[in-house]
Design a protein around this ligand. Sequence first.
Ligand code: ATP
Ligand code: MG
Length: 212
Amino acid sequence: MSEPGDNDSAQDKQARHKARMEQRKKIVDEGVARALTERGVVLLYTGDGKGKTTAAVGTVTRALGYGYSAFVAQFIKGAWDCGEKNLLQGLPADRYRLEWQQMGTDFTWETQDFEADKAAAEALWVKARAALADPDTYLVVLDELTYALNYRWLDRDEVVAAIEERPEAQTVIITGRGAKQYLRDLADTVTEMRPLKHAFEAGIAARRGIEW
Ligand code: ATP
Ligand code: MG
């Protein structure tokens, strides 16, 4: 079946393509001209789809690649192995400034002890709060922070205030499912990962180096 434009000459197609590209360039240029504010931002990656932590850690590599310093706090229970951590922590410390901290509660996964989880989250939060107050830290990742807030391990107002009062040039990335409205309001950029399909549902096991 023929489509409209099928019989156009190559010249016509080229002319239309050029016009479309010029229009697009104009829109992009206008957007760039309007974006005059220079400051760090808050990014929120939420939703049930895969890719939130991967996107956050990918941004850490971007920052480190320009010589900026980054701090990662993972609000997850138990020591969580992940390939990116293995790689990034092996980088020469004199060139790449990275601190990667996790909640130290190997045992609470088994015991489901609320007070122990809360204490572990609070201990990690003290380190994260110090990074959020440090003008030399360019990027702070608060991975799975939504759980720590939704489980009420951390005080929501204190967390929001520390993020709002951070140094102007610092960027913060928050990840985790189920981000509440106040986090969406706090963030400058919000991306919701929406699962269309996940291999796990078809009985395929999570793969090392791919899922973690
Ligand atoms: P990733 O770490 O792969 O970027 P994520 O941070 O978006 O994923 P989490 O909600 O933190 O995902 O889930 C933790 C683990 O579950 C990860 O190993 C992740 O790959 C996997 N996962 C993510 N989304 C799904 C899903 N929709 N179904 C099954 N497993 C998932
Ligand atoms: Mg994650």
